[in-house]
Design a protein around this ligand. Structure first.
Ligand SMILES: [Zn+2]
Length: 445
């Protein structure tokens, strides 16, 4: 038995264009043919014909930056401390299902609590639960100047953290070998994120060039790609020179960085959705209101300049959103990064869609079996009641997602029920102010 899907418009993910009136033929979980409907094979009596002739069909969408174990975190303590690892793994499965319902059939998780996401990936792959295809790292390797080592020394980087402190190349090698034993798909390293050098006001890298070279070389020897968190110039430069596969953020790059990126063939993935949402949605009652939106506005302004140059230089981009925070909840904003790439970075809608399908697939376990509508590929499809080539924003409206297919099987896209959260699952801040007599008087004015 075969399934014939009639597509009004088909975007295969392999070019920036779409074609009208195409038919996809599916056998079991794979696509066997993609042909114009006029010349499509006749359906046999026991074949199934599905009519999407009024709709726009894309390869199942891919977000390579979804932190499944963060639980829509409101604070770093939520990410690292509250909620047991066991609870986090179950919550991560729920989060993964929310992302799938939004039309994202594959995701990558770059930094997870323990082996939560490895477990969720394996349970889904074993057929125990429905969920997207998952490619994941373990905990992210960090130094004292990297994201993850953000608590006082008396606490350090707890075992429950999404980061793991490696103080020497030897410790990094040991940690990577352990993670590979425990079957992570790639290695994530935070090369900066916290501290600026007072002499230069630049973000400081948490590893020097020699150390990062050792880490990347060992990861590649173990057959694992490396993703770095690198916002600052120094971290990006070291990452590119070390031959890192994918550089996240890359906000403060200069021409020297760009030359190194072009030479190394590293891919950039900025994740500007996190910044844009922070600017747009953070409210005066949120503790970070006073600093975060203005900082993120500056970050975006600086980032666009370098990222536009990189795009023009032919550097490939992958697409991710940094979902898993309170400002980027699961299943909500994955397609927004495409709008940002079009509006801020000068991508055409087709270019951004190709990036989030066939280009993003380059990181995944499934490789060329996903992110494209082509004979031999897995039958993962997202069907839309709009034309995202005309209006890239249309992918963000839940009502526009007409159907999602995973390996040829249709997934229910009904909005899931609300879940309750408990105080012990997350940190809390009891007051946003220090109520001195002066402050109380000020507030009364
Ligand atoms: Zn992230």
């Amino acid at each position: 038995m075969r399934t014939h899907i009639r597509c009004g418009t088909l975007f295969t993910g392999l070019t920036d264009r779409a074609d009208a009136d195409q038919t996809i033929v599916i056998e079991r979980d794979r696509i066997t043919q993609v042909v114009p409907t006029a010349g499509a094979p006749r359906a046999a009596p026991d074949d199934k014909v599905i009519d999407h002739s009024k709709e726009f069909v894309l390869p199942g969408l891919i977000d390579i930056h979804v932190h499944l174990s963060y639980g829509n975190a409101q604070a770093n303590e939520d990410i690292d401390i509250y909620g047991s690892t066991e609870f986090r793994a179950l919550r991560a499965l729920h989060a993964a299902q929310l992302v799938l319902k939004a039309g994202y059939t594959s995701i990558a998780d770059p930094a997870s609590t323990g082996y939560c996401t490895v477990g969720v990936r394996d349970a889904i792959n074993a057929g125990m639960f429905q969920g997207p295809r998952i490619t994941t790292s373990g905990r992210q390797l960090t130094g004292h100047q990297g994201l993850g080592d953000w608590y006082p020394d008396s606490i350090g980087v707890p075992d429950s953290s999404i980061g793991v402190l490696v103080r020497t190349p030897e410790e990094a090698i040991e940690e990577m070998r352990l993670q590979v034993k425990n079957r992570v798909d790639f290695i994530k390293v935070t090369v900066d994120g916290l501290h600026r050098n007072p002499a230069t006001s630049e973000l400081m890298a948490s590893f020097n060039q020699e150390e990062l070279d050792v880490i990347v070389k060992e990861s590649h020897r173990l057959g694992r790609k490396v993703i770095t968190h690198a916002r600052g110039r120094e971290a990006v430069l070291y990452s590119a020179r070390a031959g890192v596969d994918i550089i996240f953020h890359a906000f403060e790059i200069d021409d020297e960085c760009l030359d190194a990126i072009v030479k190394s063939g590293s891919i950039l993935s900025p994740a500007l959705t996190f910044l844009a949402n922070t600017i747009l949605f953070t409210r005066p009652s949120d503790p970070c209101y006073k600093w975060r939106p203005s900082m993120n506005r500056r970050d975006i302004e600086v980032a666009c300049e370098g990222l536009i140059k990189a795009r023009k230089a032919g550097v490939p981009f992958m697409v991710g959103t940094d979902s898993g925070f309170a400002i980027t909840p699961y299943g909500e904003w994955h397609a927004k990064e495409l709008e940002i790439m079009v509006d801020y970075l000068g991508f055409s809608p087709g270019e951004s869609l190709r990036a989030t399908t066939s280009v993003n697939a380059g990181l995944l376990r499934e490789g060329k079996n996903v992110g494209r509508v082509a004979a031999g590929a897995l039958a993962d499809l997202t069907v839309v009641r709009a034309d995202p080539l005309q209006d890239i924003k249309s992918l963000q409206q839940r009502e526009n997602i007409a159907a999602v297919y995973l390996g040829g099987k249709e997934i229910a896209v009904d909005p899931p029920g609300k879940v309750t959260t408990y105080q012990w699952e997350h940190s809390f801040r009891q007051w946003n102010e220090t109520y001195t007599r002066d402050r109380v008087a000020e507030l009364a004015r």
